[in-house]
Ligand binder design. Structure first.
Ligand code: MG
Ligand code: MG
Length: 246
């Protein structure tokens, strides 16, 4: 779906709120902090900016961010988990302004992290930017996944299959989906005003996943680390415009 200039402006504003949630949570990440405390920091930003949460009550989700440490890939529920030196933590944030959505995620290290963890974060973020670079008018959407997969697999990592990016606008998750791998069939042609959330989830080991008994937390099957980076981006006449950036 193509968004009007007025709609894109609202999404730009929602994106700024999400960027501010990133800054605030990033500044709060340290050993000893609970994921519940990070959620409170993000909630404060939503209140301050007069934004609504698109995560809270989403299919019953109980918080305004997802917090997914180490071998948890995505959708972790903030709670009593205490961050420890050497952890990596994925933080996924979203906001609604005047009915329009922003959605973005990052993975950060807690204190000193292993060489493998550092490489995983660097490669996952780079794979996201390689995907974003494909969001140009006239290109096909599957080129995003192809670019992400190339970067991740060249580094010896794998790309999660069951969870994917998506179009975004008046709902957080709109059609079409944006796989982070070659989906086997070509995607739609990109047009000015389309907006997508590009969000590679990259595993250090295999791409297989399972969900914990809480019904939310998605884990790597082999217990190895996973990272997640995401931005909300519009296809414009001047190339990709990232909304969820300060
Ligand atoms: Mg997200
Ligand atoms: Mg998303």
């Amino acid at each position: 779906m193509r968004r009007s200039a007025d709609e894109l402006n609202k999404m730009r504003r929602a994106g700024k709120v999400v960027a501010e949630m990133h800054e605030a949570t990033r500044a709060a990440i340290r050993p000893g902090v609970t994921t519940k405390e990070l959620n409170a920091v993000a909630a404060e930003v939503l209140v301050k900016r007069g934004a609504r949460s698109n995560f809270l009550n989403y299919h019953g989700f109980p918080a305004v961010i997802c917090t997914s440490p180490n071998d948890m890939i995505v959708h972790g529920i903030p709670g009593e988990y205490v961050l420890r030196e050497g952890d990596i933590i994925s933080i996924d944030c979203g906001a609604i302004i005047e009915g329009y959505h922003g959605d973005a995620a990052y993975t950060a290290g807690v204190g000193q992290i292993s060489d493998l963890a550092r490489k995983l974060l660097e490669v996952t973020e780079r794979s996201m930017w390689a995907g974003i670079d494909q969001l140009v008018i006239g290109n096909r959407l599957h080129e995003v996944g192809r670019a992400v997969q190339d970067v991740a697999e060249a580094a010896g990592f794998s790309v999660v299959r069951e969870y994917v990016g998506h179009a975004i606008g008046t709902a957080m998750h709109e059609s079409p989906q944006v796989p982070n791998y070659w989906p086997g069939t070509p995607g739609p042609t990109l047009k000015q005003g389309m907006v997508f959330a590009i969000e590679p989830m990259v595993n250090a080991g295999s791409y297989n996943t399972y969900v914990l008994d809480d019904g939310w937390s998605v884990m790597t099957e082999d217990g190895q680390l996973s990272a997640h980076f995401e931005h909300t981006i519009a296809v414009t006449d001047d190339g990709p415009e990232v909304f969820t950036i300060a």
